[in-house]
Design a protein. Structure first.
Length: 206
């Protein structure tokens, strides 16, 4: 792809580094921004800069937050004895959209994947175990995707919880095997949470 401007080429290159954005799409987006009022482009640039520099992660659940505790963790109406374990922030958003879950969350930041060099020490598993040890959590709901990596992560956490007084469950298999939570429709995802099953039963079923 030939460019008449180095500035344009650099902008297209940076835009094309985003997931799912090829160079043609990146070019279309950059040219669109050029047609917008300068103020509009500056607002976008400022928003991205503030996101990168000022965003916080909730000290309790690791969700994205503007403050030390996210709005979910700081909400007194949420059930602090119930914690849903998810892979990333997109899963929190997907579950919240169902309006069926009233507990808290714990964002792992990924799944155990030896093929990608991701081990338990690379995830927020230790803080989760510490939350359980503090005694307030009565049930953990495993809501990772039904993949080999998701199942491996669930089982690893389950083994780390041995000897601790906490119930473990997993979302019902209304979510197809291999599916990511963010792509599930809200009704199916909501029912999967409400109809969750004991984690031990999911092990036997597997």
């Amino acid at each position: 792809m030939e460019f008449s401007s180095k500035l344009l080429e650099n902008a297209v290159y940076e835009m094309s580094q985003l997931p799912g954005i090829g160079k043609r799409t990146a070019l279309r987006l950059v040219l669109h921004l050029l047609k917008q009022p300068e103020e509009r482009t500056n607002l976008l640039s400022e928003a991205l800069s503030k996101l990168r520099n000022d965003v916080n992660f909730c000290k309790r659940c690791n969700n994205i937050s503007d403050t030390e505790l996210c709005e979910i963790c700081s909400n007194p109406k949420r059930d602090a004895s119930l914690v849903c374990v998810v892979e990333d922030i997109r899963d929190v958003m997907a579950i919240e959209n169902t309006s069926q879950y009233k507990g808290l969350y714990h964002v792992l930041g990924g799944k155990i994947s030896p093929m990608e060099g991701i081990g338990p020490q690379d995830l927020n598993i230790a803080p989760l175990i510490n939350r359980v040890k503090q005694g307030e959590v009565q049930e953990l709901i495993f809501a990772l995707s039904s993949t080999m990596e998701g199942d491996t992560t669930n089982f690893y956490i389950y083994k780390q919880l041995e000897g601790l007084e906490v119930t473990t469950s997993t979302i019902a298999r209304g979510i197809s095997v291999g599916d990511e939570l963010e792509y599930a429709d809200e009704v199916t995802l909501g029912r999967s949470i409400l109809n969750r099953i004991p984690f031990e039963s999911s092990i036997k079923a597997g």
